[in-house]
Design a protein around this ligand. Structure first.
Ligand code: ADP
Length: 351
């Protein structure tokens, strides 16, 4: 079975630690996305699974087999890169069958493998073309086809859609998801794009500075971020963060406004951060005073930036409201939607 077990893995470059004592199990058949800002170590982790980087410390196993010292070709993985990495002088067909030829797989079996992958990816009409005669999306499909024909235990994707335009990215996203549903192969997918992570993953691992901040399903991370980093990273526009202090009457914000709420005893007298998703604020007769700065209709919804308690606060409305910059109004968080974090540690209160 193609589970991947990462145990206490560390990566250092010239004594600089870039992955710190990281442990994670990727279940057999799971689609796991590693997401985080640039430089957080997600590609390094993927490349250690692939065998393209040494593992400084710890252990990685694939399907129960320790792979630390195995060459990439012996790990039973297939990797898809952002750059496609196709052989420019080889046809689509030859690119896709190359690894099978290296393994001396008989021609009939190779052809069947290529035909099957080409069928899945809609590449059958292009098998005799060279990569330069294909669009970006088609090239990325060939890179995926090459991975599929190898029938590996694990697929590793490193930002595979970053070179595509927005529309094609959305299309390829669902194609990759669909292929995963069909093939059921364990997949580890690296991206810096939280929307890609949300839409594709069974589970997301949010990384920051070489460490895991949180692991969970997309909606677990969205609904219950473990800390301010995840709260700010998952969701677009991001969760609004209002700073204040826990008082018996509620949360007293920086400008003195009080958000009435019942706080647990341990939150009283503490510096807190209230997280409110943009879709959880509604217009009310009374509540938090806000001034509209910008109004951005997207069609399906309208994004509004307001100034509230000295901070820019995003609000999204599904209904079409007649609002304009300069308008003043009151906003209220819907009941039970405020998430509280400790300002000092950044951790969620009341797990
Ligand atoms: P991400 O994929 O999340 O953008 P990377 O895994 O590429 O991040 O990089 C993680 C950290 O390791 C970064 O600080 C990067 O500068 C550093 N790093 C990556 N490769 C090397 C290398 N070959 N030598 C030294 N530092 C490296």
């Amino acid at each position: 079975m193609g589970a991947v077990s990462i145990q206490s893995v560390q990566k250092t470059y010239n004594k600089m630690v870039v992955i710190e004592n990281l442990s994670l199990t990727i279940e057999d058949g799971e689609f796991l996305v590693l997401v985080g800002p640039s430089g957080c170590g997600k590609s390094t982790l993927l490349r250690m699974i692939a065998g393209l980087e040494d593992i400084s410390d710890g252990q990685i196993s694939i399907a129960g087999r320790l792979i630390n010292d195995l060459a990439p070709k012996d790990r039973d993985i297939a990797m898809v890169f952002q750059s496609y990495a196709l052989y420019p002088h080889m046809t689509v067909e030859d690119n896709m069958s190359f690894s099978l030829r290296l393994k001396r797989v008989p021609k009939e079996e190779r052809d069947a493998g290529v035909a099957s992958a080409a069928g899945i990816l809609g590449l059958a009409p292009y098998l005799k073309r060279l990569p330069r005669q294909l669009s970006g999306g088609q090239r990325q499909r060939v890179a995926m086809g090459r991975a599929i024909v190898r029938n590996p235990q694990v697929y590793l994707f490193d930002e595979p859609l970053s070179n595509l335009d927005a529309k094609l990215r959305v299309q390829m996203r669902s194609e990759i998801k669909l292929n995963h549903a069909r093939l059921g192969t364990t997949t580890v997918y690296v991206t810096h794009d939280q929307i890609e992570a949300m839409t594709m993953a069974d589970r997301i691992v949010v990384m920051n500075a070489g460490k895991i901040e949180q692991v969970g399903s997309p909606l677990e991370l969205y609904d219950r971020p473990a800390n301010l980093f995840v709260a700010g990273f998952i969701g677009s526009p991001a969760m609004n963060l209002l700073y204040g202090r826990g008082m018996p009457e509620g949360l007293k914000l920086e400008d003195g406004t009080v958000v009435p709420m019942t706080l647990s005893p341990d939150a009283l007298g503490r510096d807190l951060v209230a997280g409110i998703r943009p879709e959880h604020l509604v217009i009310a007769d009374s509540g938090l005073k806000a001034e509209i700065l910008t109004v951005e209709p997207t069609g399906a919804e309208t994004q509004i930036v307001t100034r509230m308690a000295g901070r820019d606060v995003f609000v999204s409305f599904r209904e079409r409201l007649n609002l304009a910059p300069g308008d003043r109004l009151h906003l209220k968080p819907m009941g039970g939607t405020i998430q509280l974090f400790d300002a000092e540690s950044g951790n969620r209160l009341g797990q």
